[in-house]
Ligand binder design. Structure first.
Ligand SMILES: [Zn+2]
Length: 754
């Protein structure tokens, strides 16, 4: 679930017309403020009036509902922290009592996770069947309170008002998951707890903790100390020379499990097998097919060395590890990975081949299936359920396994139609390590996954019969951390996309509306700012990428956060609070780069996307292209485009070579850097010199060439051998004096010499 063809951050967009995206919302509202409730409850009735939490407010638990006392204590502690009020806890009758927040039991729609919340001027009544429902009612109450609630010390002068409202609510799905990979980069216990608390704010109930990887083993196993003394540290990361590592002692794990349990979140631990196991094999090389030795890996890729499936010691080891894992994690599900396991070593290993023969298996895929079934028998015998990535379908699915469908939705459909439970987490909508914007984003895996695409996700694939659809337990957002080195970046990538995911898994589909969600999110950004969470505040939109125009043009910059102020620059600098405010469409007469940023009243600011507006003369500007089909070389297609890009070119489905050539008119002398991110074979030539010849590079490796070039015209040509017929864009970017790393502006690309 981790390998993707590498791309540069999504940057090359050819826009001749700038469309207004559906996701934009207008600042301000009509009349009363929007209730900032996320995920949207099933039913909300807004009433007039408000309840005010004051020095005399108390919390009461109905005598018939003692199970709610822990939730009531949680609420009291949280309110005391930011209000400074005493908030005593006592027992009460089942009615709204003046100046009280009362918890009581009642039958509610949605069962144990459902709740009712009634706020009147005199008091608040929370009803639920089970403590989980009471906890979710409390989370909704938190969101009805002002953002000052997020401070962890008393806030003077805040008004702790709650608008009068009646809410009936229950989740749509039983698996509402978020994931964190602590293998690629280690995240300490404190951050993991903060992450879990944030997830509980949005009513998630599963935290998938990805604990082992090729690049690090993160959980103490008493019987195998080398897993952490050797397996938890790598000597560097992608050649940076800095050792990286860390692990959770078993006492740390117990604390995190208890912390999550108090928030009604079940932790699903993942112990990867048979692949993604290089850190374990570095510690215990005898568990491999070759015997090693191995290092904890320092680069991101899929490795051939995996656990030997022919060696009984492998199973003895994994059963010992899982025994300790089951002691630490009381939840029903244990995730065993199962993904991306090359069969190279198994094909050459006498033990693995002997196992295939002895067990009557057809091939190495069936050997993987044997491996997973054997582990499943062990987990089932201990009352646990196995969950694995969708590769566990290959070679035959273990009888009781739950499948996590990540390579699209087909694995999920196949599992559900054969009666297996499924958690949907396709890369297309659920991989939160993918970049969130078109320009101006921090370094990330290049595939583009904006907030609205997460929001639009529907976990139940079309075409499933009702008895198959009930196997869709829910969905999950995944945070892989190859390019997420620490907490601020993890927060940035996870939020607000996790908020969108919370609505995917909680809110009735008929209640989902992205514009309404965007309006409700404005209040959530204030909470993130108050809490110091580095969530991504949506920047202005509508102008990013590359746009071409031939005469004067106007550009509309659109807000994505109601109540925010947008400021812009045209001079290459980052917008500051002193920059001009966007007050209508901007008129452009010459080539320029527009940058804009959102400023929230709470002090939060967005990243700074940019749009490159190139004024072109169609008689002068342009890039000549030639497409030579390998099967019909004489049938060359020739024409003119305006960017060094394959976008919009008639590239045929069979293999071909595309050549793009132009004069690039550089504004100044200096060092110019060219980068190409493209898996197919590409060569770049500048003034007849060809330094970049990119043939099957490692996927993290970005071919780069630097030139000192004088002011004026230089001949540039790029040749792309598109073996697959689907070249997928050409990530050619240039950086130089006055130019950020980005696609070469069309205004400086000329077909003919001046
Ligand atoms: Zn083997």
């Amino acid at each position: 679930m981790t390998m993707r063809k590498f791309q540069m951050p999504y940057a090359v967009t050819l826009l001749l017309l700038i469309a207004v995206p559906d996701g934009s919302v207008r600042a301000g509202g009509e009349g009363r403020p929007v209730l900032s409730l996320v995920p949207a409850p099933a039913s909300v009735t807004e009433l007039t009036g408000k309840f005010v939490i004051g020095t005399g407010t108390s919390i009461a638990v109905d005598q018939g509902a003692p199970a709610f006392r822990d939730v009531a204590r949680f609420l009291a502690a949280r309110l005391r922290e930011s209000t400074g009020y005493p908030i005593p806890l006592d027992t009460a009758s089942r009615a709204i009592v003046n100046d009280r927040i009362t918890f009581t039991t009642a039958s509610v729609a949605g069962g144990g996770e459902g709740y009712g919340l009634t706020v009147s001027g005199g008091g608040i009544l929370i009803t639920a069947e089970a403590p989980a429902g009471a906890f979710y009612a409390m989370q909704t109450l938190f969101q009805l309170l002002p953002p000052e609630l997020e401070y962890d010390s008393p806030v003077q002068g805040a008004s702790w008002t709650v608008p009068c409202v009646t809410i009936r609510d229950a989740p749509r799905f039983s698996w509402r998951g978020m994931h964190l990979d602590v293998g690629r980069h280690f995240f300490g216990k404190k951050f993991v707890e903060e992450y879990i608390d944030l997830l509980s704010r949005y009513k998630f109930n599963v935290f998938h903790w990805h604990l082992t990887e090729d690049q690090g083993w993160r959980i103490e196993i008493k019987k195998y100390p080398r897993l952490t003394t050797v397996g938890s540290w790598r000597k560097e990361t992608l050649g940076d020379g800095q050792p990286h590592g860390g692990f959770y002692a078993q006492d740390d794990v117990r604390e995190v499990v208890a912390y999550a349990r108090a928030r009604f979140i079940t932790i699903v631990p993942e112990i990867e097998m048979p692949g993604h196991s290089m850190a374990a094999l570095a510690a215990y090389p005898e568990l491999s097919c070759t015997g090693g030795p191995f290092d904890v890996q320092t680069k991101w890729r899929v490795f051939d060395d995996v656990y030997c499936a022919g060696n009984d010691k492998t199973f003895e080891f994994l059963e010992d590890v899982l025994t300790e894992v089951m002691e630490l994690f009381p939840g029903r599900y244990i995730h065993i990975g199962g993904d991306e396991c090359p069969k190279t070593r198994w094909k050459a290993c006498p033990k693995c081949q002997a196992r295939i023969k002895a067990e009557g298996l057809a091939n190495e895929h069936e050997l993987q299936s044997y491996f997973i079934r054997r582990i499943e028998r062990f987990l089932n015998a201990h009352g646990r359920k196995l969950v694995g990535w969708d590769e566990i379908l290959e070679g035959g699915l273990a009888p009781n396994a739950t499948v996590m469908s990540w390579r699209g939705i087909d694995g999920g459909i196949a599992a559900a139609t054969s009666g297996h439970d499924v958690v949907m987490t396709p890369t297309s909508n659920c991989y939160f390590d993918y970049t969130q914007g078109v320009t101006g984003e921090p370094w990330a895996v290049g595939t583009y996954l904006p907030l609205e695409k997460v929001y639009a996700y529907e976990p139940v694939p079309p075409g499933l019969a009702p008895d198959q659809a009930r196997h869709i337990l829910g969905a999950q957002g995944n945070v892989w951390t190859e390019y997420i080195p620490g907490p601020p970046q993890a927060e940035y990538m996870a939020f607000p996309r996790a908020c969108a995911m919370s609505e995917v898994v909680w809110t009735p589909p008929g209640k989902k509306d992205f514009r309404d969600f965007s309006a409700r999110m404005a209040g959530q950004y204030d909470r993130f700012v108050a809490r110091g969470v580095n969530a991504r505040i949506p920047p202005p939109t509508g102008f990013e990428g590359n746009a071409l125009f031939t005469r004067d043009t106007t550009v509309s910059i659109l807000s994505q956060v109601p109540g925010s102020v947008m400021r812009y620059t045209l001079d290459g600098t980052e917008p500051t609070p002193a920059s001009p405010e966007v007050s209508g469409p901007l008129a452009l007469g010459a080539s320029t780069t527009v940058r804009a940023r959102s400023f929230l009243p709470s002090g939060g600011t967005s990243v700074v996307p940019f749009g490159v507006f190139s004024r072109i003369d169609p008689d002068v500007n342009g890039v000549a292209y030639a497409i030579v089909r390998r099967r019909a070389p004489s049938d060359t297609l020739r024409g003119v485009t305006f960017m060094m890009s394959l976008d919009g070119l008639p590239v045929p489905a069979d293999s071909s070579t595309v050549t793009l050539s132009a004069l690039v008119d550089l504004p100044a002398q200096g060092v110019y850097t060219f980068t190409i991110a493209q898996g197919d074979s590409v060569s770049l030539t500048v003034d007849g010199y060809s330094p970049v010849n990119n043939r099957a590079p490692d996927w993290w490796d970005i071919p780069t060439a630097r030139f000192v070039l004088g002011k004026g015209e230089h001949r540039l040509s790029v040749s792309i051998a598109a073996a697959t017929g689907r070249p997928g864009g050409l990530g050619l970017q240039m950086e130089g004096p006055g130019l950020d790393l980005r696609a070469i502006p069309a205004s400086i690309l000329r077909r003919t010499a001046r």
